[in-house]
Design a protein around this ligand. Sequence first.
Ligand code: FES
Ligand code: FES
Length: 385
Amino acid sequence: MTMLTSRAPVDVGTSAPDFVLTDGAGRSVALTDFRGQPVIIAFYPPEWDPSRADQLTHFNWLVRQVPGVNAELLGISMDGMWCQLAFAGDAVRVPLLADLDPQGAVAERYGVRGGQALFVVDAAGTIAWRHVDPSGSAPNTSELLAALSALATPTPESQAARFATLATDAVPLAPCAQPRDEHDPLLVPTRREFVTTALAAALALAAAPLMAKAEPVTDRLAAPLGPEIAPASVTLRVNGHPVSMTIEPRVTLLDALREYAGLTGTKKGCDHGQCGACTVHVNGRRELSCLTFAVMHQGDEITTVEGLATADTLHPMQAAFITHDGFQCGYCTPGQLMSATALLMEPCGPTDADVKECMSGNICRCGAYPGIVAAIQDVRATRRG
Ligand code: FES
Ligand code: FES
């Protein structure tokens, strides 16, 4: 993915360029309409990719999880087809604005035309945080949460909770901190103690300017990765069985399946929605499990690669992958299989080129693509009879 703009992305601390764009209902939406509340602006490049709809849904859910932040998410696309799909309610059900007049003009003003980027704009209209990556990677969720929580307005309840924590964290007075008896002969320092103490003091004085600049290691280790959010209970139906878990709301479906349900067949490749290794079926449709939170799937029917075979019988697609050498190291194979089996139920064209297009979200670093395409075409031919 390459940026089509020669401008540098607008900087944190500068005013967010204003815009007026049209939403799916034909309404004009201006950035200034949201003055007084934070806005998250997600820019998307021209090429349609189903994973972007998942990302927008993910961000939309995420911004509502940070207490004290009444933020609005605005997706901006310069892809006419995607806008049409989204406006028809087929692809994405979050606010999406069409940047088509002329195409990409608003993205150009932000210096991100043709690329994927996320800007957090504070209530005063200043850019508070941004994620701009020409390679198209999604932002780190913890960083985004931290940026949002920095904009949170403290509520009386959150302040009371904070003071309560400080009170219980108070360190009791240590016995050695009791008042000292100046006349106690046992407290007179020995010569060795005196020299050691004097040396330590001299070293401390010499190092003081450096230490003043240094970030204490313990502070870094103790620093939270993001705001504390209460655990939530969720029950998924995984491969036909109910699986209940109590997890942090930020746990992805991928991590929930692997770490909580113990189903490690679903693989974590990029964890950013780019490789397809984590593909599972959600209510019969393929979805990238690294881009969606488990708590969003209460009661949903999840199928993982472990659920494809029945008893001792492989799914025909699994058998065809073996017949056609559709894998080498096998790391991408669970995701390939889940996409390939979903493809059987999708309106994918008949040619090899169509299959490659429909499977383009699944990367294979071993280059087993010819075998994968052959396996899929084999199963499709068998089904057509
Ligand atoms: S797309 Fe989810 S791990 Fe790569
Ligand atoms: S078989 Fe190795 S990554 Fe696909």
